[in-house]
Design a protein around this ligand. Structure first.
Ligand code: APR
Length: 317
């Protein structure tokens, strides 16, 4: 049986980690593309040489030629620039819009049947640009944000409660920015909702509020520490979970930036919502009930995404 082909556009910090995880999980053969001369070939060779030690069967190649991504089943896009301390994700819009446009044209040309996962920031807007440029059905173009934001929330909660991260489920919806919406009511420890855990004395409302805020600032906290770029291990792991759900038709229910056509009262915009990912891509957008406060936060986040989209439209992209 032929292996799946996974193309990674952008072979930087996240791209390299994506390649390692995809190979370790044997999701398929990996092609790393970048505009920097020879670098992706060097990274791919290094990763291929990891195979005999780690015991994975995957072919890894690096290239500066888009033709090498031909026929890819999944394309994960990290091409662009990451933020530096003091920058918001939105500050990247000028450079990254142009990059994503070029990348999209080449995906359309060489991998017309691929499932495309965008990671480049500002995420919700970049995934919209990608869908527009490729002309692919929105079910086949998604953005990675919610899995990462939820993972950050889950870690902080697990640390607070001193329980395994495996037993903490959490949901973060909305745009991938300062207005994201960590949903306390829908987050649990082994099925026990967070508000119940407050009542049980496991934590206080104040501590929970601080964890919610730390989740919103989760990316900036890492940028401040790294000083030269942004997070890459957890973003890569999150995108790989989405790719795996598609390739293995797992039908995982994951928060992702998906194209809304009336759900949550939003039409024609990519925003973070719970979706089911299977062999047809985004197979279902799950509409959960939001109370008045949650809806107000979600709407605020949607407005922030809409405003950024207007900036891109104003750029003639
Ligand atoms: N085509 C292909 N690759 C490009 C292009 C382009 N037009 N422009 C830049 N790149 C490559 C860079 O050469 C670099 O190797 O994209 C790569 C980005 O890698 P890093 O700078 O290491 O950034 P990374 O941490 O991987 O983040 C990438 O994901 O989370 C977001 O905000 C982050 O937008 C950033 C993206």
């Amino acid at each position: 049986m032929a292996r799946n082909k996974i193309a990674l556009i952008g072979a930087g910090q996240i791209g390299g980690t994506l390649a390692l995880l995809a190979a370790q999980k044997e999701l398929g053969d990996v092609v790393l593309f970048d505009v920097v001369e020879d670098m992706p070939a060097g990274k791919a060779l290094d990763l291929a040489q990891t195979g005999p030690v780690e015991g994975y069967n995957a072919t890894l190649t690096g290239t500066n030629d888009y033709a090498a991504i031909e026929g890819a089943d999944v394309v994960i896009v990290t091409a662009g620039v990451p933020r530096k301390p003091g920058m918001s994700r939105d500050d990247l819009i000028g450079i990254n819009t142009g990059v994503v446009k070029t990348v999209g044209e080449n995906i359309k040309k060489y991998a017309p049947n691929a499932f495309v996962i965008v990671i480049t920031n500002p995420l919700d807007v970049m995934v919209a640009v990608m869908q527009k440029v490729t002309g692919f059905k929105p079910e086949r173009v998604v953005g990675m944000a919610g899995v990462l934001d939820s993972a950050r929330f889950r870690l902080f909660l697990a640390e607070e409660f001193k329980v395994s991260v495996e037993d903490v489920t959490a949901f973060v919806l909305g745009g991938h920015g300062d207005t994201m919406v960590p949903l306390v009511r829908y987050s649990t420890v082994a099925g026990i909702p967070l508000p119940d855990l407050v009542k049980m004395g496991w934590t206080t409302q104040e501590r929970l509020d601080a964890i919610v805020q730390r989740t919103r600032d989760g990316g900036a906290e890492i940028v401040k520490l790294l000083k030269t770029g942004s997070a890459f291990y957890a973003p890569a792991a999150s995108a790989i979970q989405m790719a795996e759900s598609y390739l293995k038709d797992q039908r995982r229910l994951l928060p992702c930036a998906a194209y809304l056509t009336g759900q949550y009262g939003v039409n024609g915009l990519y925003v973070g919502v719970p979706v089911i990912i299977g062999r047809n891509g985004v197979e279902k957008i799950v509409e959960i009930e939001l109370d008045a406060d949650e809806k107000a936060m979600f709407d605020k986040s949607v407005s922030a995404v809409r405003a950024l989209c207007q900036v891109v439209n104003g750029m003639g992209q």
